[in-house]
Design a protein around this ligand. Sequence first.
Ligand code: HEC
Ligand code: HEC
Ligand code: HEC
Ligand code: HEC
Ligand code: HEC
Ligand code: HEC
Ligand code: HEC
Ligand code: HEC
Ligand code: HEC
Length: 365
Amino acid sequence: MKRWLIVGVGLLLLWPASLVQAAPPLQEGAGRAEPDNEFCLRCHSNPQLTTHFANGDVLPLHVDADTYESSVHGREDVQCVGCHADITGFPHPPLAASDRRDYQLDRYRSCQGCHPKQYEQTLDSMHARALAAGNEEAAICTDCHGAHDVRPPDAPRERISFTCAQCHAAIFDVYRNSVHGAALLEGNPDVPTCIDCHGVHSIADPTTVQARLRSPRICGDCHADAELMDKYGISTDVFDTYLADFHGSTVQIIEKVSPDQASNKAVCYDCHGVHDIRPADDPQSQVMKGNLLKTCRKCHPDATSDFPNAWMSHYRASPDQYSLKWAVDWFYRLLIPGLVGFFVAFVALDVGRRTLNRWRRGGEA
Ligand code: HEC
Ligand code: HEC
Ligand code: HEC
Ligand code: HEC
Ligand code: HEC
Ligand code: HEC
Ligand code: HEC
Ligand code: HEC
Ligand code: HEC
């Protein structure tokens, strides 16, 4: 019996798939508790094995055993049927999908079984919304991770941005020339990849009012981190000074008090750009001296050439920078405690004097 089976399978391997479909049902694997990978690969390691969708498109059925075995799943000994739970033997249930994309959109749901957290997170993402709206190009698990060749998605770290680049090529091309992207591609682990700003599985709409108001905190996560920024000689004052000035303080208040209210006050990316952030002294930087007025004019259309000078940028007032403001600050810093101290002393002396007088008068009586 066993010998016949082997001969039968051998014959099947030689036959074109179309003939296999027409062949009489061979209840192979049916008696087993769960067919193992070796069983599946007996047929699917054949590079010639293919089938057709209803529309005539070919679906290659070859699965490379080595590729699978070196994937995260192969290494963890995940079985083919861990994902292909509907296939219990041969013949398989008929192919329901109408074309390749339809097939992928159906199959990727099998990831849910072992990765329910990631699956749930994707349900409300921008990609899921685009998909629901009929855009079949929106990313599903297998577009970003693959199916049989899943590898650690963040090793090396720049792999993450290449994953997004498959479909967001125009943005990636801008990003790769930015201060962050250029550093990432040189192996710098400290700069943001796409997902540090957007998230991964639960990518939200980055253009909402809430996202705008929250955005300075994303930059602040790194740019207010003194240890990190010291490595690059970049000032961490940028975050504090932003929050202290008229743009940032309002954005911060709005975020706390009425997070849905639109704000036209500048956030970091209005001045620095989004995917094209450059070093502040780069000729293409939007905040470089020569380009700064144009940047301010986006919102202050009547600004004249000395307008940017009326603003302290990210600088704290010091004897060298904005010395007048520095002097005024210190004047008040000294004057107010001085005045308060003077009055406290005055009142204390007065009270002391009165108490002493009363006590003396009491002694005389
Ligand atoms: C005897 C040979 C043979 C064995 C063993 C076999 N397959 Fe197949 N498989 C085929 C052929 C032929 C097709 C083409 C479509 C069809 O006939 O159903 C196919 C199609 C498929 C497809 C694509 C169509 C679909 O239904 O999604 C998948 C996935 C698949 N096989 C997975 C498996 C898995 C998993 C195993 C092990 C449990 C397995 N196969 C065992 C021959 C085999
Ligand atoms: C981690 C889940 C997972 C595992 C494990 C897995 N598959 Fe698949 N397989 C898929 C998905 C998802 C598809 C749908 C095609 C796609 O998205 O590229 C697929 C498609 C297929 C196809 C159709 C042809 C193709 O490549 O699209 C065959 C045949 C197949 N798998 C066989 C196997 C065999 C044999 C094994 C075990 C060696 C296996 N699969 C293990 C998820 C898996
Ligand atoms: C039968 C269970 C099972 C299914 C179904 C499954 N996986 Fe996995 N997956 C695992 C196991 C086990 C690991 C390795 C341990 C871990 O990192 O969680 C893993 C690891 C991963 C990793 C790597 C995680 C890391 O930190 O490097 C990714 C990515 C991944 N799976 C994606 C998928 C995708 C995409 C699908 C659907 C096509 C899928 N998995 C279906 C069991 C499964
Ligand atoms: C838009 C691309 C994209 C899609 C869609 C996507 N992933 Fe991921 N996934 C990634 C990236 C990038 C990482 C690495 C995250 C990191 O390093 O923080 C990742 C990480 C993971 C991990 C490792 C653990 C973790 O959460 O960091 C698993 C498991 C995983 N994904 C499974 C899935 C599953 C299952 C789906 C579908 C429900 C899915 N992914 C959809 C890009 C994607
Ligand atoms: C398989 C293709 C594909 C991949 C891979 C992909 N995306 Fe997308 N993404 C899309 C499509 C399609 C849309 C919907 C576009 C639209 O509606 O204009 C979209 C939408 C988005 C949006 C919302 C756009 C908007 O206009 O509001 C963001 C943000 C986004 N993707 C980020 C990412 C990130 C980050 C990654 C990598 C982790 C990634 N995408 C990977 C195809 C992809
Ligand atoms: C430093 C943070 C940051 C990084 C890194 C980043 N983004 Fe964005 N992205 C944003 C912000 C903020 C917006 C919203 C801009 C707006 O409202 O004009 C945005 C908007 C988007 C949009 C939708 C609007 C558009 O321009 O089409 C997509 C898609 C997108 N990003 C994808 C990506 C991809 C892909 C990468 C990696 C190559 C990436 N982003 C890297 C912060 C970032
Ligand atoms: C994950 C951490 C991280 C996040 C998030 C981040 N940055 Fe950066 N940024 C860096 C690092 C690290 C450098 C230095 C890179 C280098 O010089 O190689 C840098 C460099 C810069 C520079 C160039 C400074 C100079 O003149 O040399 C600017 C401007 C900048 N970032 C603005 C922003 C803005 C605006 C945001 C938010 C939209 C942001 N960054 C988000 C880590 C981050
Ligand atoms: C109103 C416009 C504006 C806003 C808003 C703004 N910046 Fe700047 N930023 C500038 C200008 C102008 C410079 C150049 C200062 C100089 O070198 O004279 C600069 C410089 C920088 C530098 C380089 C500092 C250095 O040490 O080289 C970083 C980093 C930076 N900004 C990050 C941020 C972050 C993070 C935010 C939000 C929290 C932000 N900026 C908000 C205009 C702005
Ligand atoms: C995204 C829009 C936007 C950008 C870009 C922007 N600002 Fe503003 N700025 C505002 C808004 C809104 C106010 C509040 C105006 C009001 O309250 O009437 C404001 C207020 C100010 C004020 C307070 C005085 C006044 O006119 O009310 C100064 C000074 C100022 N901005 C300087 C700058 C400078 C310098 C730049 C360029 C480096 C700049 N702004 C870029 C939106 C912006």
